[in-house]
Design a binder for this molecule. Structure first.
Ligand SMILES: [Zn+2]
Length: 192
């Protein structure tokens, strides 16, 4: 087993990020160390993906970028810091209990998260559309009412894509609207 395979099987990006001092919240998100990130934009588990700058990869990629090391040196650093033997005959059992997540599982988790956030937001917009509707023609439109009119169609489309879209449409959505979902999530937390 090569050290690359050894790390891939035994160490998650989440473990290395935590080890090197990156705070990860309960949704598995952290502030991206690779761009100037004010709010957590990076989903981090076995692999990582940043909604803000698009950086992605596995634990070795993360350490390599974070410390400016070649992939080989990053792998050696992980072996050293996690007590993995960098020699070829290393067969220690995994150090964590839950199985590592594949890219596909990570994608599904991100997608599910987006879906839940967008559902919440859609419900709120529908409520605003009735509650803040202008009482008569002379009333100025309430900003919440305007937002509802402006956003409901888009949010419904995004939810339809997650539910019924093919894989490339769904991947496009995550890449292009991930940032918007994070902004919505943050705003909903403030409104609560
Ligand atoms: Zn980033």
């Amino acid at each position: 087993m090569s050290i690359f395979e050894d790390i891939k099987e035994n160490i998650t990006t989440r473990q290395v990020a935590e080890r090197y001092g990156i705070a990860i919240n309960r949704n598995g998100m952290c502030r991206c160390p690779f761009h100037n990130d004010r709010i957590p934009s990076m989903k981090i588990d076995k692999n990582f993906y940043c909604f803000g700058c698009g950086e992605k990869g596995d634990a070795i990629d993360f350490v390599s970028k974070h410390f400016g090391l070649s992939p080989k040196d990053a792998a050696l650093k992980i072996c050293e810091d996690f007590g993995l033997n960098a020699s070829t005959n290393y067969h220690a059992p995994p150090k964590y209990t839950s199985p590592p997540k594949s890219n596909e599982q990570l994608f599904r988790e991100i997608e599910k998260h987006c879906y839940l956030v967008l559902c919440d937001y859609l419900h709120l917009l529908e409520k605003w559309k009735t509650e803040y509707a202008p009482k008569d023609e002379n009333h100025e439109w309430h900003p919440y009412f305007c937002e509802a009119l402006k956003e409901i169609d888009l949010i419904e489309n995004l939810l339809d894509t997650i539910l019924y879209g093919n894989i490339s449409d769904r991947a496009f959505l995550i890449t292009n609207y991930g940032r918007k979902v994070i902004d919505i999530e943050r705003r909903m937390e403030q409104l609560r």
